[in-house]
Design a protein around this ligand. Structure first.
Ligand code: NAD
Ligand code: UDX
Length: 473
């Protein structure tokens, strides 16, 4: 069988962009074209000074090496489809906002329109790869659409190849993936298509880490992996509530649990709650799938992971209000960090948004600093989150500051919502203290302050509260 020589990726977002840029880097013999309907996004990928539309450490370097060589960004979706022999569908699959399954099911309209586009314009056979995270058996619907609309002599083989990269470490995750998963129909043609995609990854990934399974297992694995990762965080966050009430220390508990080789030390950091575009969406998707299969208990089980996360966020903002003598009305709260985790400018489902909304509901004044998130993004997120408040009202209570120190000037409380390195290492606490109203409160929602660090802050004069530790710890 001929090898893949031209790849098209539909969707130039957080997944399509980095994933296919890395394929271009590692496979100089393959031409990779990433297409998107969003012109401003494509323009940003093409900017002469590499002001890329997403912030991801190491990404710019990869794009600099390949753009114009064998990596291209374009809005010409049709041409991209026609030229390619393998097409990644890497469009967004957000939670449905209305209709059947609203609030749970994945909205597949972008996957469907991309699929219809492929069927409409393809003039030769293609391997179509689901890169987006989709409900189990979506490949079947894609195949039905493709077969019903294709031209004679066009064959479509469908593969599932979910993406496991995490934002902030995407390039490293793509260079050295724990595994690459490829699902295919177990037919002669299905296995052949699978082999061709496997060859692409084998240019840099150890073949023993490239797993080939059935289509439906591959689709379900993606939802399952995210659900189990999120479940670890909700478990540790549930324990953090017990720690705060008993004098146990969640860091010590997580450290000690993690020594059990069956559990392992990673992904056990208590926090203000998980965010990001994937965890909540994918668990709700799994809940919906379980319900539609009449597996009520299974649905309930997974739903609880999301509920625990909501509880964690509520619990944290309540602790802020309680600690500030039961009222924050008219008080100044500095929120450090707006992104959903460090090393990304992404704010989707960020816990910071929920906290700020809660503070605004209590009529506090909020000043925000984040090293990466663009200001327009912050305004847009707050407007969306604070449904009943207009943007003018929001702007009268919120200010965006250029540095962490600026944000804390005249603040009554400082809240750490994202674990940016500069908050862990770069804060001059004495200067911050001098500029704050007294008593000066610090709330660490990201466990950046160890026991000794917290003690040092108390000696300066701060009242310190850390997630997963009782008051005074
Ligand atoms: P994104 O919103 O950043 O990017 C999707 C892009 O697809 C958008 O730019 C949009 O304009 C484009 N698009 C939509 N329909 C199109 C069409 N018909 N033709 C051309 N372009 C179209 O989304 P993302 O974060 O990259 O996520 C993509 C998928 O990958 C989702 O299913 C997500 O669940 C999954 N995923 C995301 C991550 C992550 O960390 N963000 C990780 C693993 C998997
Ligand atoms: C996640 C999965 O990790 C990745 O494999 C999948 O492809 C996409 O979804 P992402 O959402 O980008 O990746 O980041 P991740 O590092 O998983 O963090 C998600 C959220 O959980 C963040 O808000 C993070 O701060 C939080 N988190 C993570 C914790 O609160 N504690 C932890 O121990 C780990």
């Amino acid at each position: 069988p001929t090898k893949v020589s031209k790849i098209c990726c539909i969707g130039a977002g957080y997944v399509g962009g980095p994933t296919c840029a890395v394929i271009a880097l590692k496979c100089p013999h393959i031409q990779v074209t990433i297409v998107d309907l969003n012109k401003s996004r494509i323009d940003a990928w093409n900017t002469p000074d590499f002001k890329l539309p997403i912030y991801e450490p190491g990404l710019e370097d990869v794009v600099r090496q390949c753009r114009g060589r064998n990596l291209f960004f374009s809005t010409d979706v049709d041409k991209g489809i026609q030229e390619a022999d393998l097409i990644f569908v890497s469009v967004n699959t957000p939670t449905k906002k209305s209709g059947v399954g609203a609030g749970f099911a994945a909205d597949l309209k972008y996957v469907e329109s991309a699929t219809r586009q492929i069927a409409a314009v393809a003039t030769s056979s293609k391997i179509v790869v689901e890169k987006s995270t989709v409900p189990c058996r979506t490949a079947e619907s894609m195949r039905t659409i493709l077969e019903a609309n294709s031209k004679p002599n066009c064959r479509f083989d469908i593969l599932s190849n979910p993406e496991f990269l995490a934002e902030g470490t995407a390039i490293n995750d793509l260079f050295k993936p724990d595994r690459v998963l490829i699902g295919s129909l177990q037919t002669e043609e299905g296995k052949e298509a699978c082999e061709k995609l496997k060859e692409v990854y084998a240019n840099w990934v150890d073949p023993t880490r490239i797993l080939t399974v059935g289509l439906w297992s591959s689709e379900l694995t993606k939802l399952a992996a995210n659900a189990m990762l999120a479940q670890r965080i909700s478990s540790i966050n549930a324990l953090s509530a017990i720690c705060e009430a008993t004098g146990a220390n969640i860091d010590e508990v997580a450290y000690s649990i993690g020594f059990d080789s069956r559990i392992g030390p990673k992904f056990l950091k208590a926090s203000v709650g998980f965010g990001g575009s994937c965890f909540q969406k994918d668990i709700l998707n799994l809940v919906y799938l379980s319900e539609s299969l009449h597996l009520k208990e299974v649905a309930e089980y997974w739903r609880q992971v999301v509920e625990m996360n909501e509880y964690q966020k509520r619990r944290f903002s309540k602790r802020v209000v309680d600690t500030l003598f039961n009222t924050i009305t008219g008080k100044n709260i500095a929120v450090l960090g707006f992104a959903f985790k460090a090393d990304t400018g992404d704010t989707r489902e960020s816990a910071s948004i929920t906290l700020i909304r809660d503070f605004l509901k209590e009529r506090a004044n909020v000043s925000i600093y984040d090293p990466q998130v663009p200001h327009e993004q912050i305004w847009q997120d707050l407007e969306e989150a604070c449904g009943d408040m207009g943007i003018e009202e929001i702007k009268s209570s919120v200010t965006l500051r250029p540095t962490a120190l600026d944000a804390t000037q005249c603040a009554d409380a400082l809240v750490i919502a994202t674990e940016w390195k500069e908050f862990r290492e770069g804060i001059d606490w004495q200067t911050v203290y001098d500029g704050m109203n007294k008593p000066a409160f610090v709330f660490d929602g990201r466990l950046i302050l160890g026991l000794e660090e917290a003690e040092r802050l108390r000696r300066i004069g701060f009242k310190v509260t850390v997630i997963g530790r009782g008051n005074g710890m």
